[in-house]
Design a protein around this ligand. Structure first.
Ligand code: PGA
Length: 251
């Protein structure tokens, strides 16, 4: 079994003070639990300070996005190497809000995966279907396209640095969590795809997180599902009292 990986995606929330208070509260407790991996994803501008605050803590720090280009005339963008420079170790790529609010497509997402890995960052590649796609029976087709396209040209040796997050768009921020059965079906399908793209060992070792309205009261049920190796948590990751019970779920 893979080590559960619980990650908090803060999105565009919290200010500096609230962010520091949150990680201080988390750091005090996470050290006691060594059988899970934990990461937080603050907004860019707080990465440096949060990374420093978490020095010596097992909690890892990641960014929510990065530029597909390495450097140059890309006003408003942030390079993966800059993220690494201020202490980020991971980056979320292809989050549904990047895909659906900002129109990022699979080719751009794939370039970001390459650039991030090239800069030494680990990657969480997010995939997931909309409600229309699910209701018209296209879930597998959609996540397969996103997974294949996002990992195009990524070598087997780099897959140890890639986590997949299955986040059905209809479950994100809505309170409508996927059922254990729905998550289990898609996770098993994604693992099968990874086996076809790489190998049985890569498929088994690649962690697949579930994301979409994960809360303290549903995390244990989701984590009990075969092929669910962790959770990518939005709203419930913003406060110690809602994120700590997720990190401390009883398996
Ligand atoms: P949510 O967000 O937990 O607030 O649904 C999850 C995500 O977008 O990663």
């Amino acid at each position: 079994m893979n080590t559960p990986f619980l990650a908090g995606n803060w999105k565009m929330n919290l200010d500096r003070r609230a962010a520091l208070e949150l990680v201080e509260a988390l750091a005090g407790r996470v050290g006691e639990r060594r059988d899970v991996d934990v990461a937080v994803f603050p907004p860019f501008v707080y990465l440096d300070e949060i990374s420093r605050a978490l020095m010596g803590s097992p909690i890892r720090v990641g960014a929510q996005n990065c530029c597909d280009e390495e450097s140059g005339a890309f006003t408003g963008e942030v390079a993966a190497s800059m993220l690494a420079d201020v202490g980020a170790e991971l980056v979320l790529i292809g989050h549904s809000e990047r895909r659906h609010v900002y129109g990022e497509g699979d080719e751009l997402i794939c370039r970001k995966v390459h650039t991030a890995l090239g800069a030494g960052l680990d990657v969480i590649l997010c995939v997931g279907e909309t409600i229309d796609e699910r209701e018209s029976g296209r879930t597998e087709q959609v996540v397969a396209t996103q997974l294949r396209a996002g990992l195009e040209g990524i070598a087997e040796g780099d897959m140890a640095r890639v986590t997949i997050a299955y986040e059905p768009v209809w479950a994100i921020g809505t309170g409508h969590t996927a059922t254990a059965a729905q998550a289990g079906e898609v996770h098993a399908y994604l693992r099968g795809l990874l086996e076809g793209l790489y190998s049985e060992s890569v498929a088994a070792a690649t962690r697949i997180q579930y994301g979409g309205s994960v809360k303290a009261d549903n995390v244990a049920e989701l984590m009990a599902v075969t092929d669910v190796d962790g959770a990518l948590v939005g709203g419930a990751s913003l406060k110690p009292e809602s994120f700590l019970p997720i990190i401390e779920f009883q398996g």
